[in-house]
Design a protein around this ligand. Structure first.
Ligand SMILES: [Zn+2]
Length: 245
């Protein structure tokens, strides 16, 4: 048997420990942290919910999930999105909701064996249904161009503009639909805004975004939860991951 370590804090013998799981909380609003949501194409603002601060063990786990092959973390992340969907069903329902995952580039799909965000979108839709809101998920968006990794705010936006599009076969069925966009991490908001722009150009109404985690602005204190219950172990994991990257 291969040794197993928590994808968040690195503690031995379990893939995702209860202390790290406690960092995935009930959904809270995070859009005020993302400058792009106010500045670009989002009149009136767009509510975005998240279930975790992207710091400490959560950040380590998201990196491990996306870039270091820890696909087993899909299970706890999806469970958190199911719970969020159950809580948000009253807010986003009672009408039908189409849950749309933010698309990834062909290169990252090849590297990761698919778009990991599809699983989060399916989980959110399942939670919404369980809470009484008719919802389903569908990857109606596609993406060209390079990765966002390592790019600043403006470069991210330029990299995205024109690279997110509605898949031609899905265009006709978006008119009049209420859509929720799902992504893994909300940082500048550029991805959510790019998705919203093309979905609304196809006639959909984008009601909200939901993300697994939200990056605090530089210098900000974490917005929720105990800040780092796993302490130095998490830092060791992060340093190790950084060394591997
Ligand atoms: Zn842990």
């Amino acid at each position: 048997m291969l040794p197993v370590a928590c994808g968040g804090c690195g503690v031995d013998d379990e893939p995702w420990c209860s202390a790290c799981d406690a960092l995935l909380g009930p959904p809270w609003r995070c859009e005020s942290r993302a400058g792009r949501l106010d500045l670009m194409g989002a009149p009136g603002g767009l509510p975005v919910w998240t279930v975790a601060d992207c710091v400490g063990p959560v950040r380590a786990a998201v990196l491990a999930w996306k870039d270091h092959g820890r696909r087993d973390l899909t299970r706890p992340f999806a469970a958190a999105l199911v719970a969020a969907g159950e809580e948000l069903a009253d807010v986003l329902g009672p009408g039908e909701v189409l849950v749309v995952p933010a698309p990834s580039t062909p290169a990252s799909r090849r590297r990761r064996g698919g778009n990991l965000v599809d699983d989060l979108a399916a989980a959110l839709a399942a939670g919404l249904r369980s809470g009484g809101c008719p919802a389903r998920s569908s990857p109606v968006l596609a993406r060209r161009g390079g990765d966002q990794v390592g790019l600043g705010t403006r470069a991210r936006w330029l990299n995205l503009t024109g690279h997110v599009r509605v898949r031609p076969r899905d265009r006709a069925r978006l008119a009049g639909r209420c859509v929720v966009v799902v992504d893994d991490v909300l940082t500048t908001g550029a991805t959510v805004v790019a998705c919203r722009t093309v979905l609304e150009a196809a006639g959909a109404f984008v009601a909200a975004g939901v993300t697994l985690a939200s990056t605090p602005p530089p210098g900000a204190r974490p917005a929720s939860g105990p800040s780092d219950p796993c302490g130095s172990a998490a830092r060791v994991v992060e340093e190790t991951l950084r060394g591997l990257a």
